[in-house]
Design a protein around this ligand. Structure first.
Ligand code: HMG
Length: 302
């Protein structure tokens, strides 16, 4: 089996990881987390989202967080925007990339962004056009690509349809997301192959939650397809507010440990990454979910 020699990881911890956190997380903590992630070698960080504060109160400080970051050359800072209002609010923060987020399941689309899949594409079209006109790269996320908390199993055909619709409106990159972590390797490969009908290998990524402990095998399965870009969340933080019971993304530390063990380059310093995960976990008053981080922290403690 030939795996990609290099993998790009996008740390979505500050956004996906913290959006569902019940306790208030001050902007300074989010900013410090971003700084520690960039120091650890992350080349892309999903910082925040410009969404309705009524829907996701934890992200209400998006502008403050973006303003507080001291940017490191070579690092891309992305933000989620669900509509034109979000994009216009994001513009002054000068994100390198915006993420429009749709779903392969109608029920999830309604619960998450309050519209149908078709309506979401209509909303995204002007967002994509306006962002690209300003030279901002546009990534798309397809949630519930294998399973939906409201509708059950999701077929690859639904992923293919949303990937095609996103491609048609000019979305440049397609993220295939297992929002509730129900996928297993063959199913996730099928979802990825469906998206690959419309997006090139270089324009596609995986985003796997670890609810059922399948995120690492799912990552390995997609590496077998040649997919070399993945989202992950430091310390395994997170979950989606509209996917009850779903745990966080695969922990970035665990993915890095696996990839380095396979001789795959990530450009990330695992020790510094573990420090970032420990920093935010200490603030939240719990241990990092990452097994690799727990093992290394135990070893460090002697
Ligand atoms: C999309 C909307 C806004 C539609 O919500 P809506 O209620 O249908 O929107 P609306 O256009 O009717 O506006 C209603 C109110 O929201 C305001 N509003 C409208 N837009 C914005 C905006 N951008 N920023 C701030 N405020 C906004 C608007 O101004 C108005 O305010 P009011 O007049 O009532 O005071 C809402 O459903 C929403 O914010 N949803 C966010 C859901 C979300 O953030 N989910 C988590 C992120 S997705 C995710 O985690 C999955 C992912 C990406 O990680 C991949 C995976 O794992 O699946």
């Amino acid at each position: 089996m030939r795996y990609p020699a290099k993998v790009k990881l996008v740390d979505v911890g500050p956004r996906d990881g913290l959006q569902n956190e019940k306790q208030p997380v001050p902007a300074e903590v989010k900013i410090q987390l971003v700084h520690m992630l960039q120091d650890a070698g992350l080349k892309e960080i999903e910082v925040t989202s410009f969404v309705s504060p009524k829907w996701v109160p934890q992200m209400a400080d998006a502008t403050e967080v973006m303003a507080g970051i001291q940017r490191k050359p070579g690092v891309r800072y992305s933000v989620l925007v669900p509509n034109m209002k979000g994009l216009e609010a994001a513009f002054p923060s000068k994100p390198d990339e915006v993420v429009v987020f749709g779903a392969a399941s109608e029920a999830f689309s309604q619960r998450n962004i309050n519209c149908s899949i078709a309506e979401s594409i209509e909303r995204f079209a002007p967002v994509v056009e306006a962002a690209r006109a300003k030279g901002i790269y546009v990534r798309g996320a397809i949630s519930t690509a294998v399973g939906c908390p409201y509708q059950g199993e999701v077929k690859p055909e639904s992923v293919e349809l949303v990937a095609r619709l996103m491609k048609e409106i000019g979305v440049q990159h397609c993220g295939v997301a297992d929002t509730i972590g129900v996928g297993t390797p063959r199913k996730v490969q099928a979802a990825m192959e469906a998206a690959l009908k419309h997006y090139a290998l270089d324009d596609i990524s995986g985003h796997f939650h670890d609810t059922y402990g399948q995120a690492l095998p799912n990552t390995l399965a997609c590496l077998e397809l040649g997919v070399w870009q993945y989202d992950a969340s430091v310390a395994g933080l997170g979950g989606c507010p509209y996917a009850k019971g779903a745990t966080g993304n695969v922990a970035t530390e665990d993915v890095v440990y696996m990839l380095h063990g396979m001789g795959i380059d990530t450009g990330i310093d695992l020790d510094k990454l573990i420090d970032a995960g420990k920093y935010v976990s200490d603030f939240l008053g719990r241990k990092p979910v990452s097994r690799a981080a727990q093992a290394i922290l135990t070893r460090r403690a002697g």
